[in-house]
Design a protein around this ligand. Structure first.
Ligand SMILES: *Cc1c(COP(=O)(O)O)cnc(C)c1O
Length: 411
């Protein structure tokens, strides 16, 4: 445990400190939910307003060529690629994470005829599991989705495996898989690997190329701050791109969209992962939001994230002697993403009370209170204050109110 003065000193010495001013953080708010919805980068509001009034308003249909709207999936994809160790031409921004997963999972299954197992873990994000279940039902190819405990994934990889489909960081606990090692094992077994990077991209250094990943997907609205419902991204390794047969074969992924050919011919390369018309305004918001990464060393982001997490855990464990509160995240920073979670009795009400007092995290059923650590705009004093507010909420039972126990649709 440290004093608040010591936390303030850590902030003064923080090389990422100036980045905070790039974001709109409402007064009296400590925002520990950037892993769910990143905040608004200040300059995006004007960029978006200009896109609406000047680009859409004045250029009208000409905007597709004049303002590069048509190429946005590629240009934004390449910018995201820099954050995840993917070379230009291997990533596009498009659709949602769930939809991109449909694209790559169907593509991967087609590349592994004769193999029938999709392996995932039971901590995976439900939408990812639903997508696999839906594909299995729709295509009736006799596939099986096998979900095992995260620690058991490695020994379940065998020669029956078609696709290893995992999320690198568990959305509830923050537990982080060893991506490179699992990919190597999947490849030795002759399988393909798909990674969901929703809680990785923008959270810490990712190197898809070094890790030898085949496919990856991830969110644009979490650590990438692209705004509610921002486009997601999808990566396909260069050697596989021209072997992918798109199942969501739309005109924007056609080799010649404006030939209006009645027969589908996939575009060369990553463009075949496009389906329909991109949401241009959302794409512009995400593109503009990515400016905050200019000059940022992802290793510095990781280092600060680890230090924030260590401080948060030690302050909370040192001060909140509540028997209903236990660390749900791995204690070893190497096994954690950029969030800290606790099992917490009355967790939903506790989180509502925290939010009412300006500390915004979120709740994940059945009993997890979750805090995203986003080093570009969170400091050590924030973490100190948040830990102290949690202590107050628990010790003074500030959560014990009927209105904090009534669940809203989004938790
Ligand atoms: C947030 C999240 C998603 C969300 O998918 P959408 O299709 O964008 O709603 C998918 N997978 C993981 C692992 C997530 O954390």
């Amino acid at each position: 445990m440290i004093t608040r003065k010591a936390a303030e000193a850590l902030d003064r010495a923080d090389p990422l400190r100036s980045k905070r001013d790039l974001f709109v953080i409402p007064d009296n708010t400590i925002y520990l939910d950037g892993n769910s919805l990143g905040p608004l980068p200040r300059h995006v509001a004007k960029r978006l307003a200009d896109a609406v009034s000047a680009e859409w308003g004045q250029s009208l249909i000409r905007g597709w060529n004049a303002h590069g709207w048509f190429d946005l999936p590629r240009t934004v994809g390449d910018r995201i690629g820099k954050l995840i160790g993917a070379r230009p031409g291997t990533v596009i921004a498009a659709d949602s994470t769930s939809i991109n997963l449909v694209k790559v999972l169907t593509a991967a299954l087609r590349l592994k005829p004769g193999r029938r197992v999709i392996l995932s873990d039971n901590g995976n994000f439900p939408s990812d599991l639903y997508v696999a279940q839906g594909i299995i039902k729709a295509l009736r190819g006799g596939w099986e989705l096998r979900t095992v405990a995260p620690e058991a994934v490695e020994c379940e990889i065998d020669d029956n495996l078609a696709v290893l489909m995992l999320t690198e960081v568990d959305y509830r606990t923050g537990r982080k898989h060893d991506m490179k090692r699992l990919i190597a094992k999947a490849h030795r077994a002759g399988a393909l690997a798909i990674w969901d990077l929703s809680h990785s991209a923008g959270a810490f250094p990712v190197d898809l190329e070094d890790g030898d990943a085949d496919f990856a997907v991830g969110c644009g609205y979490k650590y990438l701050n692209g705004g509610p419902g921002a486009p997601a991204f999808v990566y396909v390794r260069p050697e596989l791109q021209d072997r992918v047969e798109p199942s969501l074969a739309g005109w924007m992924g056609h080799a010649a969209p404006f030939a209006f050919d009645p027969d589908y011919r996939p575009a060369p390369g990553i463009d075949r992962l496009r389906a329909g018309t991109p949401g241009v305004l959302s794409m512009i918001a995400l593109d503009s939001a990515l400016d905050v990464w200019q000059g940022v060393d992802m290793q510095a982001v990781r280092d600060k994230s680890v230090r924030l997490a260590e401080l948060f855990i030690s302050e909370i464990e040192g001060r909140c002697r509540d028997p209903g509160l236990h660390l749900a995240s791995p204690r070893d920073a190497n096994e954690r993403g950029s969030q800290v979670s606790f099992h917490c009795a009355h967790g939903y009400a506790v989180m509502q009370a925290l939010i009412a007092h300006g500390v915004i995290g979120d709740f994940r059923a059945p009993d997890i209170i979750r805090f995203g650590l986003t080093p570009l705009y969170i400091g050590f004093a924030d973490i100190w204050d948040a830990a102290h507010m949690l202590e107050r909420v628990l010790v003074d039972r500030l959560w014990d109110r009927a209105d904090f126990k009534t669940k809203a649709p989004v938790t």
